[in-house]
Design a binder for this molecule. Structure first.
Ligand code: PLZ
Length: 451
């Protein structure tokens, strides 16, 4: 967009980069769609903000009533390069006219291999790597576990408190939170064990090494390294509340995994691809995972996910043991290659850092006057505030709901998260122009004043 003050060019088809409210949110057309949705779509599929989106780009979502909302969600960390980012549109348009599907396992094509090559190059570590492509984060997490089991001949998997890994049967078992993810959907997969996480705001400020020792103690006493195939962890937790573990937590776990023949799997589904101000969140502490799971930001909204890792581990599964009809679909691969190019050409890793700095400074100023903001945390363009009863660490989920609803009414798309439902999270597209980010933060300040 030409009026993108950051100088970046990602953006939808000529959408003016301004917030505009012409009706209440949701407007009449959006409400009509909501009524149709209630009759046609299973109610288990819930909607956060029922506006009917008709176009999106830069930092804006346009709805069917002509409202323009500022997007602080990126469709849950997916449209990192922006919606309808020009390179993605061009690449997918070209590919859709050439061929749409062959199934890579039947007759291969270059896009899949090119994405694998690029992932092998970009992910942490200089060792020999292989990749396999899938459709969604949960499917890729499941495949990482299959691969780790195959490589180690062991079965147990350790995950952490507050973890989110998906909604399939195995990943429900790996996800911590009962409501809404697991309740009534059991029985769950076996051989999944949970260890305590480093959560500086709530664990008394244990340092990273101490918190890791606690987790390792649970693992050694309750599981045993000789039974353990993999530790799977989000380097910064997403749905669990944007929890950044204390420095040293991840490196200590990695070292223990290396000593004990356990595969260390980083679930970077939410944190990957420039989001946190590094290409991957593991990079902040120089952590080199054995396997890294990616999805979301990888393909600008087209469904794609991947497992990338050490060649000897990745190649352990027998031929035909990994795959799926659509995994690494040609359209999604074309989009991913365009995303990698966009991140580099537009300096989006730096852009995420700049956005993070702006958000953190502005939110810190709010916190100075508002004791309900217990903590501001996150990295890069993945920032959250945890809301509490003043002077305590008691979660305030009601306030969080109220604040999110008030922000929505002002034309801001914000998301909540956290085990206790008391975390307001911000995941703007990196194509967000500065003036919209500033406006969003002004509006948030108003919202906190008014609620
Ligand atoms: N691992 C770390 O964040 C998806 C889920 C939204 P899929 N997070 C958003 C919801 O309520 O369903 C996620 C994640 C991490 C795995 C996943 C799963 O990715 O692409 O949704 O399967």
């Amino acid at each position: 967009m030409t009026d993108n003050t950051s100088g970046h060019t990602s953006g939808g088809p000529g959408i003016t980069q301004e917030r505009r409210l012409v009706t209440a949110i949701p407007g009449p057309r959006s409400q009509e769609l909501a009524a149709r949705k209630a009759k046609a779509v299973a109610s288990g599929v819930a909607v956060g903000l029922p506006v009917q989106v008709v176009a999106a780009g830069g930092g804006i979502l346009v709805d069917a009533d002509g409202n323009q909302l500022i997007d602080l969600g990126s469709g849950i960390a997916v449209t990192t390069v922006g919606n309808s980012a020009p390179r993605v549109v061009e690449a997918v348009t070209r590919q859709v006219a050439e061929f749409t599907h062959t199934c890579f396992m039947v007759t291969p094509y270059e896009g899949y291999v090119a994405v694998a090559e690029k992932l092998n190059e970009l992910t942490p570590g200089t060792h020999e790597k292989r990749s396999a492509l899938f459709n969604a984060g949960a499917e890729a997490v499941e495949n990482a576990v299959k691969i780790a089991r195959s490589a180690t001949g062991k079965q147990a998997v350790v995950v952490f408190d507050h973890a989110y890994h998906g909604r399939t049967n195995l990943t429900m078992a790996m996800t911590a939170k009962n409501m809404p993810y697991k309740n009534g959907f059991g029985p769950f997969a076996s051989e999944v064990y949970r260890a305590p996480l480093s959560y500086p705001f709530r664990d008394g400020g244990l340092d990273g090494a101490e918190a890791a020792r606690k987790a390792i103690d649970v693992i050694e006493k309750q599981v045993g390294a000789n039974n353990l195939a993999a530790i799977v962890i989000e380097p910064i937790q997403g749905e669990g509340g944007f929890i950044v573990p204390a420095e040293g937590f991840l490196p200590t776990l990695v070292a223990w995994c290396r000593e004990n023949g356990v595969v260390f799997v980083a679930d970077e589904v939410q944190t990957g691809f420039a989001r946190t101000g590094e290409l991957f969140a593991c990079d902040h502490e120089g952590v080199v995972p054995d396997l890294i799971v990616t999805a979301k930001g990888i393909a600008g909204g087209l469904p794609l996910a991947a497992v990338t890792g050490r060649a000897e581990i990745m190649d352990a599964a027998h031929a035909g043991g990994l795959g799926g009809t659509y995994g690494g679909n040609p359209l999604a691969c074309a989009a991913a290659l365009a995303v990698f190019e966009t991140i580099e050409a537009e300096g989006l890793v730096d852009r995420a850092r700049t956005i993070g700095k702006t958000m953190t400074e502005r939110l810190a100023a709010l916190q100075d006057d508002d004791p309900r903001i217990g903590e501001i945390r996150g990295r890069g363009a993945m920032i959250a505030v945890e809301l509490v009863k003043p002077g305590t660490t008691e979660p305030d989920a009601d306030l969080t709901k109220k604040v999110a609803a008030a922000a929505n009414a002002k034309g801001l798309v914000v998301l909540t998260c956290g085990t206790y439902g008391n975390v307001l999270r911000f995941l703007p597209p990196l194509s967000m122009p500065d003036h919209l980010l500033d406006e969003a933060l002004d509006l948030l300040a108003e919202v906190f004043q008014e609620n």
